[in-house]
Design a binder for this molecule. Structure first.
Ligand code: COA
Length: 701
């Protein structure tokens, strides 16, 4: 097997070890063995004076094979990166594409590292709840110093080759498009006779810079974002160990920690999320090879908060976009908001001023439909009113060139009805962005009953192009994301009716790992949005569970941050939520009027009432065949609602705390207590009885 995955060849006096394990040259079983074998063979070959380690198909090595963490690994007589380092003939790592994780650690075992200028390197293990366990935490600080190593290992970021060169992670870079193997062989010849061979294990100066203050400062810096997580802290400790210990002791320490971390729930969840995201790209009912429509330009209808944000997504991705508003006044206002958003990024230092100008210049305001007729894709992003949307789609049908992608950013309305306003419903789909559209990564792609495979696949591809995490769903009120979230939104207000407070609920969810509590999020988004949605649903469904406290609050003019008061009170110019007497009073009055006795509600009950209600709804969505699989629910919650990634997503988390049996039994008892809204879904019952776990649940199964 190692013969196939790793090839050996010789060019003059240089032995070449080529890793060839598509798609990304991961270190699957057989690859480490093959590299080790290559080092041994070339060290024993007299004519070979230097060695090059390279990846086939323009890719170096994307790291360990993530599927094998938590499983027994083959024991080798020696790790290949250690064998590379000990090689008596100098070894050059030749990097194109990606050298990540175990891939870059393999390069750190080599004595020289060269790369194409468009390559990326890094140690992203922390993003999988791990630490670099192939020597990275011990070698990188010795090579570039503890401060830079800490930044890279604790963030896990992918570093572009030119920056990596500047940081000292690479010895030389060649222009993109160069023949890397030829350049690397040439380079290997040039260093073949240099002695001593530069082995990182012998570099002792940089690690002297690791002061206790450096590590303490890093711990403080990550405290908020790394709460509830272990891996980031273990990564810091690992660099600290590198600065204090002999390398062999450090390597052993690192190996032990990796074996510990790979079995934590945190790492299981993060590895699951990695694959769930890739699984979401696969559309079971769209044949492989379905053509993808090219996108060279775009249009957005509406320059409100959503429309402006969507236009920014295109501009940020380098795609020229026209924004259409009926009136010049609305257009000017919308464009001013877009500009202000960009200026905030410049002020924060996350965007250069000249780059802002380039991006802003890609957005062209227009007032006539004729001006957008030739665009490849148009996204309608006006307010949620079916008549208005249908009118827009009738106009789009009349003017847009044949084959243009006609997308709606509706968050809940019937995509089939919208499509019915056109004579080309096959070209219509939903492209639901989450607020703020230029920040939130989820793109919920909605297939109507007549949407073609081509439009769905092309909308998914569009999501990737503009840097989103796309996931698909069928058509229903609220689609997958908002429909599965709706019971959570109701339950959090119902909890107030029983004696909980907004601050208690928010604290529970922030402690769980959300960046903000749900009531504070409501205040940020504006309470008018929820009010309008509830009114629409109540009108359509006589059994709709109303939320009198939320309705009264809105009717009192508490619209959230924009009015200085919502569920919380806000001081002018400050976004910190403070408890509001009026809300406490409303809750009290409601309880008195309905003879509800206040009771102590535990944090555990709050968490489970919010999340189990949504798990139950997600089961209904799966049962109806509207979602493809439970992991898509998780992708939507991770990228649309800020669910903590290290818990995997709503459904994965539910597996971790007991799975369908636990959820079913709890929901059944709440069904007894509260009645209909807690009726467990049939699908959930079947999962519980069959012993299937949520993460394996598929549509209708
Ligand atoms: N182990 C196992 N499979 C991997 C993998 C790895 N380290 N890296 C990628 N893959 C798989 C993906 O699951 C995907 O499989 P699929 O086609 O069956 O869905 C395929 O390789 C292509 O990956 P994808 O992410 O879709 O390609 P890309 O070109 O967008 O991105 C990378 C390439 C390398 C940047 C990205 O895959 C990545 O970040 N991989 C993980 C790197 C990492 O964390 N390494 C350290 C591991 S400890």
């Amino acid at each position: 097997m190692s013969q196939d995955l790793v090839r050996l060849s010789i060019s003059g006096a240089v032995g070449i070890i080529t890793v060839d394990n598509p798609p990304v040259n991961a270190l699957s079983p057989g690859v480490p063995e093959g590299i080790l074998n290559g080092v041994q063979v070339f060290n024993a070959t007299d004519d070979v004076k230097a060695i090059v380690l390279i990846g086939a198909n323009g890719k170096f090595i994307a790291g360990a094979d993530i599927r094998f963490f938590g499983k027994e690994r083959a024991k080798l007589p020696m790790r290949p990166q250690d064998a590379l380092e000990q090689s008596n003939k100098p070894v050059v790592a030749a990097i194109s594409g990606f050298a990540l994780g175990g891939g870059y650690e393999m390069a750190l075992g080599c004595h020289y590292r060269v790369a194409l200028s468009n390559a990326r390197v890094g140690l992203p293990e922390v993003t999988l709840g791990l630490l670099p366990g192939g020597g990275g935490t011990q070698r990188l600080p010795r090579l570039i110093g503890p401060a830079k190593a800490l930044d890279l290992i604790v963030s896990g970021r992918h570093v572009p080759a030119p920056e990596a060169y500047g940081l000292g992670m690479l010895n030389k870079i060649f222009p993109a498009g160069s023949d890397l193997q030829a350049e690397a062989v040439h380079y290997a010849n040039s260093i073949a006779d240099l002695r001593p061979i530069p082995r990182i294990r012998n570099m002792k100066d940089e690690v002297k810079k690791g002061t206790p203050e450096l590590f303490e400062a890093k711990r403080k810096e990550i405290a908020r974002r790394a709460r509830n997580q272990e891996a980031p802290y273990v990564c810091i400790e690992a660099v600290e160990v590198a600065c204090k210990t002999q390398i062999d002791d450090g390597l052993k320490w690192e190996g032990d920690k990796l074996r510990y971390l790979e079995n934590t729930d945190e790492s299981r969840a993060l590895r699951y999320a990695f694959f769930a995201e890739r699984e979401a790209q696969k559309l079971p009912d769209v044949p492989k090879g379905t053509p993808i429509k090219p996108i060279t330009n775009a249009a957005v209808i509406g320059c409100g908060t959503m429309g402006g944000g969507i236009a920014m997504c295109f501009a940020d991705a380098g795609i020229p976009v026209k924004v259409l508003e009926a009136s010049q006044e609305a257009l000017d206002k919308g464009m001013a908001k877009v500009r202000a958003n960009y200026e905030t990024s410049v002020k924060r230092g996350s965007l250069a001023a000249d780059e802002m100008e380039r991006r802003f210049a890609r957005i062209e305001p227009v007032t006539e439909y004729d001006a957008i007729a030739q665009q490849d894709v148009v996204i309608e992003a006006v307010f949620e009113n079916m008549d208005v949307k249908k009118e827009i789609f009738t106009k789009l049908d009349a003017v847009m060139k044949p084959g243009a992608m006609l997308l709606s950013n509706t968050s809940a309305l019937d995509i089939d009805e919208i499509a019915s306003a056109t004579k080309r419903p096959q070209d219509v789909a939903g492209a639901h962005f989450f607020s703020p559209a230029n920040v939130m990564k989820l793109l919920e792609v909605v297939k109507g009953k007549e949407s073609s495979g081509e439009i769905v696949a092309s909308t998914m591809a569009l999501g990737k192009i503009i840097g989103k995490a796309p996931a698909a769903t069928g058509n229903c009120d609220g689609f997958l994301a908002n429909r599965s979230r709706a019971p959570f939104n109701s339950e959090m207000v119902i909890l107030l009716e029983e004696g909980a407070t907004p601050q208690q609920v928010d604290k529970v969810m922030v402690d769980f790992g959300y960046p903000m509590g749900p009531f504070a999020v409501g205040d940020l988004a504006g309470l008018d949005i929820g009010y309008a949605g509830r009114a629409r649903r109540a009108a359509a469904d006589p059994n709709y569970r109303t939320l009198p406290i939320a309705d009264k609050l809105y009717e009192m003019g508490h619209y959230g941050q924009k009015t200085g008061a919502g569920w919380f009170k806000y001081e002018p110019g400050d976004r910190t939520p403070h408890p509001h007497d009026v809300v406490d009073q409303l809750i009290k009055e409601h309880m008195e009027a309905n003879n509800i006795e206040s009771r102590e509600i535990t944090d555990d009950e709050i968490l489970k009432r919010l999340l189990f209600s949504s798990v139950n709804e997600a089961c209904k969505i799966l049962e109806e065949g509207i979602a493809y699989r439970a992991s898509d629910v998780d992708i939507m919650w991770l990228y649309g609602f800020g669910f903590p990634r290290y818990r995997g997503g709503l459904m994965f988390w539910a597996d971790l705390i007991g799975g369908p049996q636990e959820v079913y039994s709890q929901i059944s008892s709440w069904h007894q207590r509260y009645g209909e809204r807690w009726r467990p879904s049939e699908y959930l019952r079947k999962l519980a009885e069959s012993g299937t776990i949520f993460k394996d649940a598929k549509a209708g199964s």
